[in-house]
Ligand binder design. Structure first.
Ligand SMILES: [Zn+2]
Length: 147
């Protein structure tokens, strides 16, 4: 039975904001089971690759002992960037659910459109606009507070 993990991803995004990170959260799940959840930690880890999706995928792959998660789904509050989209394709994630669109840095529906390239080894089923308002509100609040 379908169960959305976007609420959990939003929790991770809020926790990221509380740490002073750009509020993006991600969950890797197999059905109702959460395999890993993470928020952005690029500042904390001084690591430009420490996006929520990358951290959640790394943790889920490590736990599974496999670089591929063909029966897993990834939920993320913001459209993944090109780097994360490539990692999602590499992990053979079955379905991608994301919240807010990201015309500035997104790499799925914007920019590189990674999954539509013949060089993409795998394209997940993509569902966008899931809890998009809540995810966008978090980002707007975060950036307006910093201005
Ligand atoms: Zn990313």
């Amino acid at each position: 039975m379908f169960r959305s993990h976007m609420d959990r991803a939003l929790q991770e995004a809020r926790a990221a904001a509380a740490r002073g990170e750009v509020p993006v959260g991600a969950v890797v799940a197999r059905g109702a089971t959460v395999l890993a959840a993470a928020g952005n930690r690029t500042r904390e880890l001084s690591d430009p690759t420490a996006h929520a999706e990358m951290l959640a995928l790394r943790a889920a792959c490590a736990a599974a002992g496999s670089a591929r998660l063909p029966d897993a789904d990834l939920y993320v509050t913001l459209e993944p960037c090109a780097m994360c989209a490539a990692a999602i394709a590499g992990a053979r994630v079955a379905r991608l659910y994301y919240g807010a669109a990201d015309p500035k840095s997104g790499g799925v529906a914007h920019g590189a459109r990674v999954f539509s390239h013949p060089q993409s080894h795998h394209a997940p089923e993509v569902y966008d606009g899931i809890a998009a308002e809540a995810a966008a509100d978090l980002l707007r609040g975060f950036f307006s507070a910093r201005r």
